[in-house]
Design a protein around this ligand. Structure first.
Ligand SMILES: Nc1nc2c(ncn2[C@@H]2O[C@H](COP(=O)(O)OP(=O)(O)OP(=O)(O)O)[C@@H](O)[C@H]2O)c(=O)[nH]1
Ligand SMILES: [Mg+2]
Length: 312
């Protein structure tokens, strides 16, 4: 019996329903209790499991040291519950720091800069976001500020057409000039959401980060007072610990608002998020769960935990 699901149903259940827990479900749970005691060996296994999920050394050690307090006092079923609680708390804390609001109820132009290394899914995420906002009856404009890859604007324009969003044709201009023009166009045409694609690769890391800093200053200099800016880092859920290093580098260069975890449909590893939440306190805004236009979900803790599989 999947007690993990039961545990989650309880965590996300209204309290009134908890009181009515039936004797049947209590018996069911008791039948599945794994009587093995939490010992040194099982603590090591838990740490290995977290490392395999890409949770990173610091987070994995922090979890096992919190669990070590219960050594020889609890069985593995209870340890599983505590493990899940610790992981859940960690993500809840970083999600609580979120300052972004993608409800579509904000006043003024909302500019969303999409950043991330080469191939993580920036352009695809922009297409999906354009669709997401268009579904909320918002006017969306896409700006192709990845001027490094020749085919990038064309790929983005196709997404804009699919999402029924507007597209600013950069026509060979530099990224900062394209952004400037796109901001002006947004103001003139009462655009609600301006989505900005950026390069994932330039000559080297410094030029890439310098370019992002430049784009930020264009927004700061040339946008109206009620314009809001969010920078979302796209991370590929299957990349592992390298994703953590990407988050550090981009956060230093651009002050990230949060993350889009793409390709979460693949192996559904994504444990990298715990590492980032634990160390950088960056919230997740969306999950990419496929290549199609509607395969983007607002981040949902329950969904994430069901997929990540922390089962011992
Ligand atoms: N399965 C799956 N594939 C995805 C997802 N998001 C993007 N992809 C795929 O990842 C590949 C790269 O996506 P792009 O959107 O071009 O990535 P990018 O970051 O814009 O790449 P560059 O412009 O080269 O830096 C494509 O084949 C996409 O279809 C996702 O959520 N799930
Ligand atoms: Mg791209």
């Amino acid at each position: 019996m999947n007690w993990f699901k039961n545990f989650f149903d309880k965590v996300f259940q209204p309290e009134s329903e908890l009181i009515n827990e039936t004797t049947e479900s209590i018996e069911e749970k008791e039948n599945t209790i794994n009587s093995k005691i939490l010992d040194e060996e099982s603590l090591l296994e838990i740490e290995e499991k977290l490392l395999r999920l890409d949770c990173g050394i610091e987070f994995s050690e922090s979890v096992t040291s919190q669990l070590a307090k219960y050594k020889r006092q609890i069985n593995l079923t209870t340890a599983q519950e505590k493990l899940t609680e610790i992981c859940l708390n960690s993500l809840q804390q970083s999600q609580a720091q979120a300052t972004f609001d993608f409800s579509g109820n904000k006043k003024g132009l909302q500019i969303i800069l999409i950043v991330g290394v080469n191939g993580v899914g920036k352009t695809t995420s922009i297409g999906k976001l354009a669709h997401y906002f268009a579904q909320k009856n918002l006017k969306v404009l896409i700006a192709p500020c990845d001027t490094f890859r020749a085919a990038a604007p064309e790929q983005l324009q196709k997404w804009a057409t699919r999402a029924k969003a507007e597209f600013y044709d950069g026509d060979g201009k530099k990224a900062d000039a394209i952004l400037y023009e796109a901001i002006k166009k947004s103001e003139k045409e009462n655009i609600d959401i301006l989505l900005v694609d950026t390069a994932g690769r330039l000559q080297n890391k410094k030029t890439l980060m310098d370019e992002l800093t430049k784009l930020h200053s264009v927004i700061q200099k040339h946008s109206a007072v009620d314009t809001s800016i969010d920078t979302l880092l796209v991370l590929d859920a299957t990349t592992g610990q390298n994703g953590y290093l990407q988050a550090i580098a981009f956060n230093e260069a651009t002050k990230l608002s949060g993350l889009i975890l793409s390709k979460f449909d693949g192996t559904a590893r994504g444990g990298i998020i715990f590492s980032i939440a634990h160390n950088l306190k960056l919230p997740i805004a969306f999950l990419g769960i496929g290549e199609k236009i509607d395969q983007l979900l607002e981040f949902d803790l329950k969904y994430f935990f069901e997929k990540i599989n922390l089962n011992l």
